[in-house]
Design a protein. Structure first.
Length: 260
């Protein structure tokens, strides 16, 4: 898929093909509801054609070894989790997309939400058992949480930039660069109900092989419900981060879990 991911995503969100149902909260089947208040509208993008394109692309032989896959793995995937395996089960098959919109006197702000769900076998089935053991226990209140998860929480922005540059240089596929503007690495957060989730946030400038640059905000959170993981990835512009960031943050903390 040659088009820039954010352009394709914006086009699909704005031009149609999404279910008409609107809501003030984001309900994720099997996990629960994120309260977003009455200033944000949520459009359910289930069965959108763009989701099918993403799923098809990630199953391309060798895709997990490309620069594009490496970039998204570093920016949006918990350490040790593999979103792009060479054989099934494929985590992207669980993709469910939503659009968030906030309007105020300054303008209209949008963000795309991509939700993935699956068991340990879905996310860690290609030689990642040690990482699976860490995440299996990472959500307990009494779990030991290292100050440095896979080297990430103590890493500086400059160190993270160097690591990202090195990884992308070694990967095949289209040439791209990523400039890290702000970065908050994976860390555990205690929710309002006493449970825990993990989140990472970054604001970056991405430049593709043609020299075209665009800003991107990536906010990703990981929950565990029973024996299933739920990975929630929010993508938008830097302006959308400023307009929607606090609302999403409070929604993640205030998750009303299913059955509770």
């Amino acid at each position: 898929m040659r088009r820039l991911r954010h352009i394709a995503l914006a086009a699909a969100l704005m031009l149609g093909g999404w279910q008409a149902a609107m809501a003030e909260n984001l309900t994720i089947s099997g996990l629960g509801t994120l309260p977003l208040g009455d200033t944000v509208s949520v459009t359910d993008g289930k069965d959108n054609v763009l989701g099918d394109l993403f799923k098809k692309e990630t199953k391309t032989k060798g895709y997990g070894k490309t620069a594009k896959a490496a970039m998204w793995s570093i920016l949006a995937v918990p350490p040790g989790m593999n979103m792009y395996p060479e054989k099934g089960p494929y985590p992207y098959d669980s993709l469910h997309m939503y659009q968030l919109v906030k309007k105020n006197v300054q303008g209209t702000y949008t963000a795309a939400v991509m939700v993935f769900s699956g068991t340990e076998d879905d996310f860690f089935h290609e030689g990642r058992k040690r990482d699976a053991l860490f995440w299996r226990d990472a959500f307990r209140e009494d779990a030991g949480r290292p100050t440095s998860l896979f080297g990430m929480p103590k890493i500086s922005t400059a160190e993270f930039q160097s690591f990202l540059d090195m990884v992308l240089k070694e990967k095949r596929g289209d040439s791209r660069s990523v400039k890290i503007l702000t970065f908050t690495p994976w860390h555990a957060f205690k929710d309002d109900d006493g449970t825990y989730h993990w989140s990472q946030e970054a604001k970056v400038i991405i430049t593709n092989e043609k020299g075209l640059s665009y800003p991107l905000w990536v906010y990703t959170s990981l929950y565990r419900q029973g024996n299933r993981y739920f990975l929630i990835e929010v993508n938008g512009s830097h302006e959308s981060a400023d307009a929607l960031g606090d609302t999403i943050l409070y929604g993640l903390y205030g998750l009303k879990r299913s059955g509770t």
